[in-house]
Design a protein. Sequence first.
Length: 257
Amino acid sequence: MAKLSGPGRRSLLIGGAAAAGVAVAAARVATAKPPAAAEGPWAIELFTSQGCSSCPPADAYLGQLAKRPDIVALSFHVDYWDYIGWKDAFATRATTDRQRAYARVLKQRYVYTPEMVVEGIGHDTGRERAGIEKLLAEAQRRSTRRATPELSRTQNGALTVKLAAFPLDGQPADVTLAIYDRRHSTPVASGENQGRMLENFNIVRRLKVLSRWDGAAASWTIDDAGLQPGLGAAVLVQHADHGPVIGCNKLEPMVSG
């Protein structure tokens, strides 16, 4: 049963940098190298829906966060509000399942939109900056050493992900790839946002776990990444089964000039 829960969010009760702008031209390779641990990057995942009237402020805030080199900002569109008048073209069951997995791990009674999950350790609506900045500060306090992947794109379009050896203390980690559209403008003809032009940023269109990682030095090559201007790639390294993020990075090709 859908209900409004608290100011500025819609809920559904449930059971239970890197260098972001890198020119890409013929015979060049784009690379996002790991910075110092204190510099991040840090992961922020927004769960949103074009059918939710509470979401546009959080969408706009994510767009601002996406410009920061120390933030990997990703937007996951969920499908459980599609029935209330507007079907979100970017919503998938996989992205909805990811939010439900976080709800289980973070011991939430319900899923809601908008929801920003920061570094896999906590969540807030994202409609106000203070709550997110507080979670970021806590994540930085906890994570003084990072397993930050190096991402590179070769001239033939393949994406390579490299991780240096990292002490996981017996806790395996999932290495997850997200391919995302940098921005979309959508005129909404019905539902709660009827008549509005919605702006969405870093919309995840493909999500794939590359490996369950044991902490040894490793690399992966994704031949069909399909990176081009207008798209981006992010890799999250987090303790298995949607635990805390211990490293992340992004690579966003730009039109060469």
